[in-house]
Structure formats: structure tokens, C-alpha cells
Design a binder for this molecule. Structure first.
Ligand code: PTJ
Length: 238
């Protein structure tokens, strides 16, 4: 890893980038994952790189939904595995959710590398490498999943997800929860609960926050986040 001086004003942001670069080198993260992260960073600037009130509410609502689910599943991709492997495992333990690797740019090598990474961080069982079901409406390998996990899940947490797949999961009647810094993405718009926060803050928060069982108005929550972004921008003009 590149040595980043701790007193660099952008230390945290550079440290997170290095995690992704290492993820690519380990065969965990796709190259496209680096681009996706850059898009996320831009939106993170607009929310002041901190957890907003709306995001905290969504994090608590997500915990409530996962805890009251019959078969909750956390879907893990290459960015999630690089950024928050330990927190992902701890969160799955906290809410009793299964872990399943599910990739947009699927290769058998990356599926295995992510499974091994999660196991190294304490996961006992990681589904996904032996798929036996398909998400209806998704072509090619993007739709592959397991019957025991994603296919039969009633509540699914799909962080940093592609819009097509989020929509397909929603069409299956599942309650979809996402973490996405872009409140305008198709995933953010179609999810039942969207946490507009950096996953590097959202997952650690979700290990300690109090769960809340509420019927979150996702549209209202998203519009709160968009207003915050506008406010941050306009404050720069004042
Ligand atoms: O590992 P794979 O093959 O499954 O691929 C993973 C990526 C993320 C490359 C793939 O799912 C993809 O292309 O996703 P998208 O369509 O770019 O969507 C990712 C969303 O996550 C975007 O809206 C980004 O703004 C957002 N995002 C990126 N980094 C973060 C983030 N949201 C929260 N925290 C982040 N660190």
C-alpha cells in the first residue's frame, strides 16, 4: 500500500482509496469498482463527508427491518468486501443475516476471493459460489444466486448495487435496503430503504445504533438528502 502521511488533510479519503486499490490487486474488487467509488466520493463531498440525520434514521430503520425479517440476506460485492469486510461479518451476526457474494462483473476467481476474504474476517458461511437459482429478468451471470440465500430472502441489503438488479429484486417482492451515496441512482429510487451515506460510515454505525421499526418514507428521506446537498453547495456561494 502507498504510505499516506497521517497529517495529510485528505488522509481518510486517501486511506479508503488505497483499500480499493488493494482490493483490485487481491482480485476482490473489479476495475469498474474504482470508477464507482469515484462517483460515490463526489456525492460524499456534497453531504459534507458525514452521516446526515436522514441517513442515521435510514440506518436505524434498516436494522429494524433486518431484525424482523424471516430470511435476511446481505449481498456482498467487490467494493463492499474491500472497504468493510469485518463490519459486514459483524453486521450479519448482529441481525442474523446470511452473507451471499453476488457480483455484477462475475468471475469465479473474484467470487472465491471475496468468500475467502470474508472468511478471513470471521464469516462462518458465505453463500454464492455454488449458485442454484436465478433472479428472474436478469440475463447472463448477473442473475445467478442461491435458493437458500438471495432467492428466498424476504429482506435483502444490497449496498452499492446496480440499478437493474435492485429493480429485479424489488420485482420479486423483497424488501430492498441499499447503501448508496447517490440519491438519484435507480437503486436509490427503487429501494424501500436507501441509506445515503458512505458504507465506511454506514456499516460501523449499524453495529451500534438502536434499531427502529418504522415504515420509512423513502422518497421523503431521499429528498431530505438532496436538500442537504443543495444547501452544502449554496453555502459555498455565501
Ligand atoms: O463487484 P461487482 O462486480 O459486483 O461490481 C460492483 C460495482 C459497484 C462496480 C457495481 O455494482 C456497479 O457498477 O455499481 P454502480 O452502478 O456504479 O453503482 C454503485 C453506486 O454506489 C453508485 O451510485 C455510487 O455513487 C455508490 N457508491 C460508490 N462508492 C460508495 C457508494 N455508496 C456508498 N459508499 C461508497 N463508498
Amino acid at each position: 500500500m502507498t504510505e499516506i502521511p497521517k497529517n495529510h488533510p485528505r488522509y481518510e479519503s486517501l486511506r479508503i482509496r488505497e483499500l480499493l486499490v488493494r482490493g483490485v490487486e487481491e482480485g476482490v474488487t473489479s476495475k469498474a469498482g474504482l470508477i464507482a467509488h469515484g462517483r460515490g466520493e463526489a456525492f460524499d463531498y456534497l453531504i459534507g463527508e458525514r452521516t446526515a440525520e436522514e441517513a442515521e434514521l435510514a440506518e436505524r430503520a434498516a436494522l429494524g427491518a433486518l431484525l424482523s425479517a424471516k430470511n435476511p440476506v446481505i449481498s456482498v460485492n467487490g467494493n463492499v468486501a474491500a472497504l468493510v469486510p469485518r463490519e459486514t461479518v459483524l453486521l450479519s451476526e448482529r441481525v442474523g443475516a446470511k452473507l451471499e457474494v453476488n457480483l455484477f462483473h462475475r468471475t469465479e476467481q473474484r467470487m472465491k476471493a471475496i468468500r475467502v476474504k470474508l472468511e478471513e474476517h470471521g464469516a462462518v458461511e458465505v453463500l454464492g459460489t455454488e449458485p442454484d437459482a436465478k433472479i428472474p429478468g436478469l440475463d447472463h451471470s448477473r442473475g445467478l444466486c442461491t435458493e437458500e440465500g438471495i432467492f428466498s430472502a424476504d429482506v435483502i441489503l444490497v449496498p452499492l448495487e446496480d440499478g437493474d438488479r435492485a429493480q429485479a429484486l424489488s420485482a420479486m417482492g423483497k424488501q430492498v435496503i441499499t447503501v448508496d451515496l447517490n440519491p438519484l441512482s435507480r437503486t436509490s429510487m427503487c429501494a424501500d430503504i436507501t441509506i445515503v451515506d458512505n458504507i465506511t460510515r454506514a456499516f460501523p454505525n449499524m453495529l451500534t445504533l438502536e434499531p427502529l421499526e418504522i415504515d420509512l418514507d423513502n422518497r421523503e428521506n431521499l429528498s431530505g438528502m438532496m436538500k442537504l446537498m443543495c444547501k452544502t453547495l449554496s453555502s459555498l456561494y455565501e
